[in-house]
Design a protein. Sequence first.
Length: 124
Amino acid sequence: MAKILIVEDERSVRQALRFELEDEGYEVIDACDFPEAVSAFNAFKCDIVISDLFINQGDGIQLLKMVQDDKKKVPFIAITAFPDSKIASQARIILKDRFFVKPFLAPDLKQKISELLDQGDQKH
């Protein structure tokens, strides 16, 4: 099953996402800040990254750029509680339908994950 990296500094949100996605059968790796996210991304072969835009010691845009520069071309989903921020505006332009505002509905996120994984399977 697919591996998903969750980057979220709020423990309760991170745990809720983990439980939802593990219930769907995904393997979940999580990180609570930017350095931990970079380490996890480099150590594990992730199929999708889901990241808050505001994380300790960095931000989601920096992480997005790192993921986009990686040769594996891993899909990236952004989540934020601050949709009107400058960073969120940048992310929304780049990510379009892969941008979720907290609180979001878990079924909507799971549907997007499924679509992205299906697209990845079609490339192989």
